[in-house]
Design a protein around this ligand. Structure first.
Ligand code: PRP
Ligand code: GLN
Ligand code: SF4
Ligand code: MG
Length: 497
């Protein structure tokens, strides 16, 4: 995943970016960094300064004095959740910053390039030296080799050659450039802020709109799939950033999993409220649920796995009640907020420990009652298996696990870190071709009384539609319908390390 943020024409760009990244922390917890563009009067040009490190934004920018050295007028920042290149290598921390014949370039990337292996081999053959093992560094190298004079067109040249998912912010000398791949896999939004004292306008680009809210900026619009947007001082004066467009793809492929799990519910992504879509997921799950009404119209207890499935659980309860199946939302699990997202922890070992230290049960809510437990997804099954063991300690009458998305049956090559089938719970058991039998094996393994996944149609009915598009979403991890084909044999995350 990853979170990206950029601000142009601010008196405090590093501080603004810090807060932006802070609100995008859920998109990547491995590393964080900020690159600032500052005008150097003596040299009469813009120079970049940076601070990057491993860990959470609050850890990397713990010392307030860091900001004293990061003055300037523009900045970009990045939260990393690795998909290509080791999560542990400090060389992979973004933004990447470099100097080349046209000046300085810094890049922050959310997504994953699907032809990075081939491009890296070609560039290496040509003598290009890579510092990082991630896919992202390919983009500035390609831009630097372009024959074009202007960074905007150099970036265009580079992006014509890469395939896959990218939502990016770039600093190029005294310009900020935002780009989104033609499929539109990952979200990217444009916002603005007027300084209350000076009346000056700043432009902001961020993965999710929650990053605008934290600095009291206003959402303008999404960066469109295939758009490369240029923001410079002229754009600020004219209040009109300009764009060029990459050739369109045959279809769009917004990541549907962003709505299911990844994005924050207070964000707008792909032009729509995540909260609303997640409520729809819960609503459709309630419509598909086969759990019968309780005797004497007693309310059934619905418990969410906090935090990511809270909103879906609310939608579920509301719809259940409408369907005359009385249901009540209860906090049966308490989450320790000092433990981050477990799903985006690299390596199965660290995930196990995190899940165990992340949740505790509220016995009074769970004991001797039938429970509908709602989670948004099962990937490796770590969370579900550990949680059910924990909930059983409270001795509930029955646990009915409901998942507000279909089974994840295929790897993601576009920015989620489950790049091989063998990492998925659905592939732990022998495939029989009979979906019911396969779900029964998962139910048994997790140890619940019943297991219900939202259907594919239920998922599609929950997300907004886009006019004049035949296909708007990527659903590959659920359906196997890959917008860009990738040979699984080429997806060893750490092959460049
Ligand atoms: O099957 P698994 O591999 O365990 O992954 C699935 C779990 O991971 C996610 O939650 P996570 O704990 O990452 O984040 P959250 O706290 O934001 O819900 C998701 O909501 C599931 O609960
Ligand atoms: N999840 C992402 O967006 C990751 C960005 C980039 N592919 C990396 O591995 O660092
Ligand atoms: S494969 Fe799944 S997680 Fe990856 S981009 Fe497609 S919908 Fe999103
Ligand atoms: Mg969760």
């Amino acid at each position: 995943m990853c979170g990206v943020f950029g601000i142009f024409n601010s008196k405090t760009p590093a501080e603004d970016t810090f807060y932006g990244l802070y609100s995008l922390q859920h998109r990547g917890q491995e590393a964080a960094g900020i690159v600032v563009a500052d005008y150097n009067k003596a040299k009469k040009k813009t120079l970049f300064k940076q601070h990057k490190g491993m860990g959470l934004v609050s850890e990397v920018f713990r010392e307030e004095t860091i900001f004293e050295t990061l003055g300037g007028y523009a900045a970009i920042g990045h939260n990393r959740y690795s998909t290509t290149g080791s999560s542990k290598s400090t060389n992979n921390i973004q933004p990447f910053s470099l100097t080349y014949r046209s000046g300085s370039l810094a890049i922050a990337h959310n997504g994953n390039l699907t032809n990075s292996r081939a491009l890296r081999r070609e560039l290496t053959e040509l003598g290009v030296i890579f510092q990082a093992s991630s896919d992202t560094e390919i983009i500035p190298h390609l831009a630097a080799r372009s024959r074009e004079k202007e960074p905007l067109h150099q970036i265009y040249d580079a992006l014509r050659q890469v395939q896959g998912a990218y939502s990016m912010v770039i600093l190029a000398n005294n310009q900020m450039i935002a780009a989104r791949d033609p499929y539109g896999f990952r979200p990217l939004a444009l916002g603005k802020k007027i300084d209350p004292l000076t009346g000056e306008l700043s432009y902001i680009v961020a993965s999710e709109t929650c990053a605008f809210d934290i600095i009291q900026a206003e959402y303008i619009r999404d960066i469109e799939p295939g758009e490369i947007l240029l923001i410079d001082h002229l754009a600020v004066t004219n209040e009109n950033p300009t764009s060029i467009y990459l050739p369109p793809s045959k279809r769009k492929a917004r990541c549907i999993f962003e709505y299911v799990y990844f994005a924050r519910p207070d964000s707008f992504i792909f032009k729509h409220s995540v909260d609303k879509v997640r409520r729809n997921l819960g609503k459709n799950l309630a419509r598909e649920s086969t759990i019968e009404q309780q005797p004497e119209k007693k309310e059934i207890t619905v418990v969410s796995v906090p935090d990511s499935s809270n909103t879906a659980a609310l939608g579920f309860v509301r719809e259940s009640n409408k369907l005359n199946k009385p249901a009540r939302f209860e906090h049966g699990l308490i989450r320790n907020h000092y433990v981050g997202r477990t799903f985006i922890q690299p390596g199965i070992h660290s995930r196990d420990i995190k899940v165990r230290s992340k949740y505790n049960i509220v016995r009074g809510v769970l004991t001797e009652r039938p429970i509908i437990l709602i989670d948004d997804s099962i990937v490796r099954g770590t969370t579900a298996k550990m949680l059910i063991k924990l909930i059983r300690e409270a001795d509930p009458e029955a646990i009915h696990l409901h998942i507000s998305s279909p089974p994840i049956t295929n790897p993601c090559f576009y920015g989620m870190d489950f790049p091989t089938k063998r990492q998925l719970l659905t592939h732990m058991f022998e495939t029989t071709g009979n979906e019911e039998e396969e779900i029964e094996k998962i139910r048994e393994y997790i140890g619940v009384d019943s297991l219900k996944y939202l259907s594919m149609q239920g998922l599609l009915n929950s997300v907004p539609s886009f006019e004049n598009e035949t296909c708007s979403y990527c659903t590959a991890c659920f359906s196997g319908d890959y917008p860009i084909q990738v040979n699984e044999a080429t997806t060893d995350k750490e092959e460049n390390d």
